[in-house]
Design a protein around this ligand. Structure first.
Ligand code: G3I
Length: 366
């Protein structure tokens, strides 16, 4: 079934009307929402969610007030959509699309193809079977939402050098069956199915300047060039921006990487922004201040690059951050709950929110 397009979020006229209404509000009212601060400089601000935004009224109100782009955290992932070979479970994706439409938000899908956490039923299949499943999945999912999507993460996290595969690629069912070619195959197929969505290659780790970050950045640029040289409809690059202050970080190296992507004419989404506070002091106020300081130090120079078009947080409130999921929290070396986002468990603004709003307002207009 195809979900008919009803507009993918506010157009420029609606944004300007929204900004006008907001600017007319008395000064003592709420500060300008993050989406409006971003839109005033031609940027898009959004956030991810899963069922939480549907089931938690306070969280729904926060997203509706602060964001104008909804990206699916789990709902559109292969393993969540496809619990069994003959089952597509669109319930969560459809609910998030309905929420986005109700609140004038654009809708972004994460992610059609990812070599991570494949469902068990994919194991043991021949390459030919994997290719058929791959193509059918793209046809069914991208086809169902064709026209409704602001963008798709067509392929997520192509690289994982520690797998030892040629080219440093992430191994998994798609790479193991098709090699690097799965990436081009996915982009070419989705381009024929949904001609209006921005097609994004989304990667992690590029912000950090450790061995992994340096290796992934070095692999991304040649991959981008190969895809562009072959005429693949690669429309934008997603850099996840899960900042890790405990890891080596060299802003100039990351800015040079942004320049390289911009030089290729590609817009950039900061697609999963949050700031890991694991390495900060336990005391919440100190942690929140350091998270905000990192946010300002990162976003200021990064948003000076006009190729950066969207900033999307990975969830919006600490209450629902992925860092608090049991399988992630267990890996952290600290016994306090993560506070990586602009709003706290009670949906109250934290210093990071102000730092983000300031960075948006200080950014050069797009
Ligand atoms: O629902 C099952 C539950 O039934 C089971 O008991 C439990 C224990 O195994 O797992 C639950 O599913 C987990 C799911 O989150 C819901 O909590 C999955 O194991 C777990 O892998 C999944 O983690 C998600 C992860 O991507 C993998 O899909 C995180 O919520 C999600 O925030 C995270 O997001 C990723 C982006 O897609 C890509 N970039 C990095 C980012 C953070 O890891």
């Amino acid at each position: 079934m195809h979900v008919p397009r009803k507009g993918s979020g506010p157009d420029r006229r609606q944004v300007l009307a929204g900004l006008g209404a907001l600017s007319a509000m008395p000064a003592r009212a709420q500060p300008l929402p993050l989406w409006a601060a971003a839109a005033s400089r031609g940027l898009v601000f959004g956030a991810s969610s899963s069922w939480e935004v549907i089931r938690d009224p306070d969280y729904a109100a926060l997203h509706a007030r602060e964001s104008r782009l909804m990206v699916t955290d789990k709902a559109m992932k292969f393993d969540f959509l496809r619990p069994r070979a003959d089952v597509y479970d669109f319930a969560e994706a459809d609910a998030l699309l309905a929420f986005a439409r109700e609140h004038g938000m654009a809708f972004r899908g994460h992610t059609l193809i990812w070599n991570y956490a494949p469902p068990p039923w994919l194991a043991g299949k021949s390459s030919a079977e994997i290719e058929r499943i791959f193509d059918d999945h793209l046809e069914t999912v991208a086809g169902r939402y064709a026209g409704a999507m602001e963008s798709w993460d067509v392929v997520n996290e192509p690289f994982w050098p520690d797998h030892g595969a040629p080219g440093g690629f992430r191994r998994g069912p798609w790479f193991d069956a098709m090699g690097e070619g799965y990436i081009e195959r996915a982009f070419r197929r989705v381009a024929t199915i949904d001609r209006s969505a921005t097609l994004v290659l989304n990667e992690a780790f590029c912000e950090q300047n450790d061995r992994l970050g340096i290796a992934v950045r070095a692999r991304m640029l040649p991959l981008i060039d190969r895809l562009l040289d072959r005429g693949v409809k690669l429309d934008a690059i997603g850099l996840q921006a899960h900042l890790k202050p405990g890891l080596p970080f060299e802003i100039d190296a990351f800015l040079r990487f942004l320049d390289e992507i911009a030089a290729r004419g590609l817009p950039i989404y900061l697609s999963e922004f949050d700031i890991d506070d694991e390495s900060f002091p336990r005391e919440s106020a100190k942690r929140d201040a350091l998270v905000a300081e990192w946010g300002a130090r990162f976003l200021g120079p990064v948003l000076a690059n006009r190729a950066v078009r969207a900033i999307i947080t990975w969830h919006l409130s600490d209450k629902y951050t992925w860092y608090r999921e049991p399988q992630v929290a267990r890996r952290r070396q600290r016994d306090f709950a993560a506070r990586p986002l602009p709003f706290d468990d009670r949906m109250a603004a934290k210093p990071l929110r102000s730092a983000m709003a300031e960075a948006f307002r200080a950014a050069p207009a797009r």
